[in-house]
Design a protein around this ligand. Sequence first.
Ligand code: ATP
Ligand code: MG
Length: 561
Amino acid sequence: MAPEKPSDFIREIITGDLETNKYEGRVHTRFPPEPNGYLHIGHAKSICLNFGIAGEFGGLCNLRFDDTNPTKEEVEYVESIKEDVRWLGFDWGDRLFYASDYFAQLYRFAVELIQKGKAYVCDLTADQIREYRGTLTTPGKESPYRNRPVEENLDLFARMKAGEFPDGSRTLRAKVDMASGNINMRDPVMYRILHAEHHRTGDQWCIYPMYDWAHGQCDSIECITHSICTLEFEDHRPLYDWFLDELRAYHPRQIEFARLNLSHTVLSKRKLIQLVREGHVRGWDDPRMPTISGFRRRGYTPEAIRNFCDRIGVAKRDSVVDIALLEHCLREDLNRRAPRVMAVLRPLRVIIDNYPEGVVEELEATNNPEDPGMGTRKVPFSRVLYIEREDFRETPPKEFYRLAPGREVRLRYAYFITCTGAVRDEKTGEVVELRCTYDPATRGGDSPDGRKVKATLHWVSAPHALQAEVRLYDHLFVKEDPGAMGEGEDFKSSLNPKSIETLTSCFVEPGLKAAAAGSRHQFERQGYFCVDPDSSGETLVFNRTVTLRDTWAKIEKAQKR
Ligand code: ATP
Ligand code: MG
């Protein structure tokens, strides 16, 4: 079956395997998160790849939790991961698995290796094991316990499982090669003793498999055909091969690709968890977080994220993708689907002196010029309005075409107005109100005499507008690649102190009263905004999803030139 998507080296490998009938024509992938945090946009890349490939090739994709580390894993994370995968638009059907489902099988595999003389119980401490392991330039040293008789190993391993020994006192290690140039092959630890409650198996186990021991065997047990993983596992592949060869087990094909890095943020659960725990953000789903739940709350669409993942493609070399590309994908999607509304973020009162008091007109406004099918709505107009403070200048600089004393502009969908004066606060001298007149002949925003104005402003009717809180977001980190900071530096020193700005006295069109949490709107001239679940009946809260200014389109244009 030919894939619809543009090909890449992974899809080419799979196409080749199908041609040679390597796995009897099967394509079976998996997404294997560890439930020790919320998923981030890097995981989205892996999800789109694994579920995407399965879909394109008529195959299957499992969701498997790699839950081998009970001290760091929680049910909350399991639930959030399931929600996020579903929200992205993927379905694992009845193939939800856990590495812990296979603990008994993994134990039997380990016993098999001991029986073959390929694994041993080691009494070295963690520090000693590290010391004996050697370095990239020096070979390792064999453990004094390496040549324990099989019977003794079987007995000790059974007693490790039975809980006879304290945490950290013994390990089970693979007997591979302490002189190997690949450090992963120097008798890696397969099991450690850990008397810890597991979120699924409770206190049934007090020995837990290490990731490197569990991972390949889980893929094998599930008969995965293509184990797609990130580059750092390339050096582990010989070990995974060794285990499966020694066990004479079914052998998936591992393919590595470069992980996603995104500019101005970090993609590592270890770092993200610090931001949450230390209160640098409001939670895993803070709209500034690069987590899937953060993007969702911010107003991103699954379509935009999937499109982004397709566009960045897969490669063999690490790079940092400009977050402007993700925002570009989002704008493309929201431009098509988000209804337009008018909202004033920093209000300035305007009185239309020649407009009759007590009169309200319902003016017709277009919901989306990109999609006439989205229809029109009525917006109330009255004598007192709010416009954006920055749309007025008392002494306008050159190239400022918006409102100024004596100048005429268009109010979108309404009338031409002319500014006749500005009222100041006596104490502060700040302009607090504008006096204007309107031209009744320009209803709808067109002048019958062909008179031109250079600016069109958005506005709301003061007595009708709803008060709203609007949260404006900027990059979470100032540095372009905070994840690449040196060991001695704290990545948090690059946090952007201005990553959020909260405006509490904004005004939006009354039609937004019933806007549901999560609904997305374009505030004309301002950007895309999404209703936050913090909204109450009294006050709507909006997150700015993204501004209208497309920096990526500019970058692309410059590159083509
Ligand atoms: P982190 O470093 O953020 O903790 P991880 O790799 O430890 O990530 P896992 O839960 O083990 O997190 O990841 C599940 C899957 O997602 C793995 O197959 C992993 O390769 C993939 N993945 C994780 N981060 C990225 C990324 N930045 N880009 C692409 N794939 C990723
Ligand atoms: Mg991991």
